[in-house]
Design a protein. Structure first.
Length: 135
């Protein structure tokens, strides 16, 4: 994986390649024990990209490794009344298992490859997460 090209981009819900990648990575997450261990219903996968496109404050960030879908972050812009400014609700973060980092045995957790997704996004999600100490 080290020599493969990593591409991180904001998804276009109307781009068939992006739409397919969103569904593939999200379904991979759903099938994982962390996501409930069950695949998403076919009708959800069929409708999801179009339904996300209908929401003006939704955006997704995809990661591809060597042209293969590897990660996804689904986000929704919200608003903080305490700060009186927009915020980003990071709803789903998923990295396909074969692209996850090695487990850190001393800490019992994996490295956070999802950081590529949040750090690389030029918009508010990356800024919000870096500013919060998440990354």
């Amino acid at each position: 994986m080290d020599s493969a090209e990593i591409l991180v981009l904001q998804a276009s819900y109307t781009n068939p390649v992006h739409a397919e990648a969103i569904c593939l990575v999200l379904n991979h997450y759903a099938e994982d024990p962390m996501g409930g261990g069950q695949p998403l219903p076919a009708n959800v996968l069929e409708q999801l990209p179009a339904e996300l496109a209908r929401r003006p404050h939704a955006f997704s960030v995809l990661a591809f490794v060597g042209g293969e879908p590897a990660g996804l972050v689904n986000c929704f812009e919200g608003f903080s009344t305490f700060a009186c400014r927009p915020l980003v609700n990071v709803h789903d973060v998923s990295v396909v298992k074969k692209f996850r980092g090695p487990e850190d045995a001393a800490k019992g957790r994996r490295h956070r490859p999802s950081a590529w997704l949040l750090q690389a996004h030029p918009g508010s999600a990356g800024r919000q997460c870096r500013g919060s100490g998440f990354l």
